[in-house]
Design a protein around this ligand. Structure first.
Ligand code: GTP
Length: 553
């Protein structure tokens, strides 16, 4: 396929502004999929994606489009919208020359619109602003165009007003992709060179790597090398994604597709790696920064007998999500398990849900924590800083964009929910890592009947220790059922107890009647309830207590 008739682009947007819906329309209009109700959100393949209505993994589709008598190959790379998955956005962007920046005609520019815009802008891609949902009663495309002009410095004339739902003006989007986005700079004359921008693990065929070919071409049977590990492989299969795998004989410069070459582990096809022909070595492409874990949590099997099963489930799932950091860990109370690092809280919840849905695993997840660097000296003289305002920009007379420096610990658990409810859903939020800062922090333990629960040990700011400790004890008291004895719930700093709650014991009715089936039912219910419990010392703790303790009411 001639390179000058190829366009590589992705769709970026704030969550729910309509990426997947527009992708569906583009697929339909180019004949890649049939027009049926069933085909909603074709690119969202994971069960959790369909259930939550969010995109987690970027997907790719090659579309053929006829324009002014010419046939074009359009490679669409879908991207997720949530902050936790912005590393997926940057890897998609590196395979593209242009982006469709979607903005909801009613909501206007939101936090991830800005964050995603900068990812595309810094990568010097052509940006096509698309104002979606113009069919809505409250749509105000005029206002959104003014915002785009003011915040991104893009002339309003460049905006395309569409309704992805109804299909209005979607043909204009396809024309703009062809007319405004440049073709990739790639020549079939050069030696073969491809960027790995995504990879999946398939149980039967091994690693399926998604690649963007930057030079030359490759065919079945070729011997290729991954620049990162220097290992050689033979190409077993390759082809286009339309969006299902569509095997072809060759992949050429400028094309985007998949390749299977007997790799057994996604670590062999690292995102950002370069592939080349064994007989024609080339210099590796720049690649990108690996995703960095920001939220850590312990994960343990409900019962130690399930350890091996859970281990293989975690191994298989991380094969498909190399952004999860895994380390073995063990705990006195919970036994052998792992300490996992995630990109954010949603990422953690999604991982957990996938473990349960796709691998039928039952796990205990401990309270999430964020990374700290401890300096063992007296430098904590430094003044405590909670949130520091960095700047403020008025997007228009109704919206303001504010930048703050926050301790990550303050935003990791429930900040997003709180912000949404305080602003009645109007505020949106995005974050990036601003590095480590000194603060006056201390370690706080939670004790159950005098026994520390290490999963609940937290790092708190000294001035907040008392109130946090008190709140955690209260919440723990509410989430532990009454038992046959009194339970003391304490928060302590070193040996000093700073807060205490007491769970009084359960009252019993002796000899309560002779209905045996009712009694059996009761016992069965209790036994089922017990399964969801963990024993710490002599105290039974429900598994979800470990996380609910941290959530503010
Ligand atoms: P993430 O992948 O989770 O980031 O979401 P998304 O940006 O892909 O949004 P999605 O396509 O799932 O659309 C979000 C909601 O907006 C869905 O309920 C869509 O039906 C609706 N929607 C999308 N486009 C339009 C439109 O043009 N008009 C109207 N009225 N609703 C739309």
């Amino acid at each position: 396929f001639p390179v000058d008739r190829i366009r590589n682009f992705c769709i970026i947007a704030h969550i729910d502004h309509g990426k997947s819906t527009l992708a569906d329309r583009l697929l339909e209009m180019t004949g890649a999929i049939a027009k049926t109700e069933k085909n909603k959100q074709v690119l969202d393949k994971l069960q959790v994606e369909r259930e939550r209505g969010i995109t987690v993994k970027a997907q790719t589709a090659s579309l053929f489009y006829n324009h002014e008598g010419q046939r074009y190959l359009l490679n669409l790379i879908d991207t997720p919208g949530h902050v936790d998955f912005s590393y997926e956005v940057s890897r998609s962007i590196s395979a593209c020359q242009g982006v469709l920046l979607i903005v909801d005609a009613n909501q206007g520019i939101q936090a991830q619109t800005v964050a995603n815009f900068y990812l595309a802008f810094e990568a010097q891609l052509t940006i096509i602003p698309v104002i979606n949902k113009i069919d809505l009663k409250n749509a105000d495309p005029e206002r959104v165009e003014s915002q785009i002009e003011k915040v991104f410095d893009i002339p309003r004339e460049e905006c395309i007003r569409i309704s992805a739902k109804l299909g209005t003006n979607v043909d204009k989007v396809l024309q703009a992709v062809v007319n405004r986005i440049p073709p990739p700079i790639a020549s079939t004359e050069d030696p073969f060179k491809a960027l790995v921008f995504d990879s999946n693990f398939d149980h039967y065929r091994g690693v399926v790597a998604n690649i963007a070919v930057f030079g030359g071409w490759v065919k079945k049977g070729d011997k290729i090398v991954s620049a990162h590990l220097g290992k050689a492989y033979e190409v077993n299969e390759l082809g286009l994604l339309r969006p299902d795998e569509h095997p072809t004989q060759k992949l050429f410069a400028g094309q985007v597709g998949y390749i299977i070459a007997g790799m057994k582990d996604v670590k062999e096809a690292q995102i950002g790696d370069t592939l080349y022909l064994q007989e024609q070595p080339v210099e590796a492409l720049p690649g990108f920064k690996p995703a960095k874990a920001m939220v850590f949590a312990g994960m343990y099997p409900m019962d130690q007998s399930e350890y091996t099963g859970l281990r293989s489930a975690i191994e298989r799932l991380t094969l498909n999500d190399s952004s999860v950091a895994v380390q073995r860990d063990s705990s006195l109370a919970l036994g052998a398990g792992w300490r996992l690092g995630f990109l954010g809280l949603l990422h953690m919840e999604v991982f957990n849900q996938r473990l349960e849905q796709e691998y039928n695993a039952s796990v205990i997840v401990t309270a999430p924590t964020v990374p700290y660097k401890a300096v063992l000296s007296s430098a904590k003289l430094i003044k405590n800083r909670r949130a520091v305002q960095k700047n403020m920009v008025y997007i228009d007379d109704q919206r303001v964009m504010m930048k703050y420096l926050f301790p990550l610990n303050e935003i990791v658990v429930d900040f997003y929910d709180l912000l949404k409810s305080l602003s009645s859903g109007y505020a949106s939020f995005d974050y990036e890592n601003a590095g480590y800062q000194a603060a006056d922090l201390i370690k706080m333990d939670i004790l159950l009947n005098g026994r520390p629960v290490e999963e609940l040990t937290t790092v708190v700011h000294r001035e907040r220790a008392y109130s946090t400790g008190k709140a955690m004890c209260e919440r723990l008291k509410d989430s532990i059922p009454r038992q046959m004895f009194e339970i003391a719930i304490q928060a302590a700093i070193g040996s000093k107890v700073i807060a205490r709650e007491t769970r009084t014991e359960k009252m019993f009715l002796q000899n309560y009647g002779g209905d045996i089936t009712r009694k059996m039912k009761l016992l069965k219910k209790q036994a089922e309830g017990k399964k969801k419990m963990r024993r710490i010392g002599n105290v039974e703790v429900p598994k979800d207590a470990f996380i609910s303790v941290l959530k503010r009411k």
